[in-house]
Ligand binder design. Sequence first.
Ligand code: IPM
Ligand code: MG
Length: 398
Amino acid sequence: MSSDVIDRATAHFGKLVEEQLARVLRMKSAEPPLDFATLQPIVVGICFGDGIGPIISKQTMRVLDNLLADEIRSGKVELRTIEGLTIENRVTHLKAIPDDVLAELKACHVILKAPTTTPEKGGPYPNIESANVAMRRALDLYANVRPIKVPKEGIDWVIFRENTEGAYILGSKGIAVTDDLAFDFTAVTRQGCERIIRMAFEYARTNGITKVTVVTKANVIKTTDGLFLEVAEQIGKEYPGITWDAWYIDIMTAKLIDPKRRTQFRVMVMPNLYGDILSDEAAEFQGGVGTAGSANIGSRYAMFEAIHGSAPRMIDEGRGDYADPASLMRAGSMLLRHIGLVAQADRLDMALDVCTMLEKKVQITGRTSGATAQAFSDYVMATLADPTLPARHAALLG
Ligand code: IPM
Ligand code: MG
C-alpha cells in the first residue's frame, strides 16, 4: 500500500484529534444557563422544516399562540419564525445550516424545530449533514431528553441520550481510505460523559426517583463506552440516595419488551447512538414516534423537536395533511416547561394525554382514512378550552 494513502489518512485523523481537543477546552469554560424568570422577551425561534414539517408546525403554532396569548401580549414571550432551514436552501448553500440561518438561531433563546430532511447516500440531494445533528453540535445541545409515558401499563421513562458525541461526533468526517476501506469515528470526552450523566442523576434527585440505569456496550466497545461507564461510577458515588445499574444495549432493547422488567426502569442514560435506537423503540409503546417529544438541551441554548423525521413518503403519496402533529406539540410542552411556563405546559400535556391516549376521539393514522392534522389540532384546541380538563384527565386515568 502506498504510504501516500496512509499519510493522508493519518493527517485526516490528526486534524480530527486537534478539533476535539479544542472542543474539550471549550466545554471546560461553558456559559452559565439562562435565567428565564428575568429574561424579557424570551425569544422562541420556530423552524418549519421539510416534508410534513410545515403542516405539523402550522397546527403546533395554533396551539402555542393560544396557550401563550397573555405572554405574547405582555411582551414576555416572542414567537419568531425562522425561514431558511429547508432542504432547498441548505442544498443551495451546501451546508447543513447556512451561516445566516445559524446566526438567526443564535439570536433566539430556545428553538422549536419541525423535522428536516437528511440527505442519504444514493438520494437526490448532495451529501450534506443532518440539520438536527449539526444544530445539536453548533449550539452544544448535549442532552437529548425523551420522556415516554404509558400510565395504564406503568411505563414512565425518561431517556437521557448524549447528543453531541459518540458515533455522531464527527458527522460527515469519516474517511474512505481506499475504495475498499472506510472508517467512521466514535469519540467521547470525560466532560461530555460527565455533563449528561450528571443531568440524569440530577433529574432523578429533583423528581424523587431513586434509580438510574446506565446503558452501554462497554463489554465490546471498551474505550469509549468504557469511559462512559467509568464516569457513571464516579458520579453515582455523589448521589447516595440513588441506586444505579448498568445494562448492555442489546439486552436492554430486549428487556424493554418484557412487561415485568420494563416498569422497573425510570431514568436511563446512554451514549448517542444507543439513545437514538432505544428512544424509537420506547416511543413505540406510547403510540409510535409520532407521539413523543424530544428536548435538546445545552447550557446556553435549547431546541425542542418531534422525534420523527420529515416523512417525504407521506408528501409523495399525498398524505401530508394526515401527518400527526402530536410529537411536535409534545415538544412544545417541553419547551414551555423549560422556559418556566409550567402551568401552560401541564395543561398542554393533559390535553395531549387525553387526545392521544386516554380518549382518542379523533384518530390520526397517517393514512387518508384517518383524521387530518387540522382535525386533530381542532380536538386539542377544544380540549384545552375545556374548563374541566384537569378533572376529565384524572377521571380518564382512573
Ligand atoms: C433523532 C433522529 C436523528 C438522529 C436523525 C434525523 C439524524 O433519528 O432525532 O433521533 O439520528 O439523531
Ligand atoms: Mg432517531
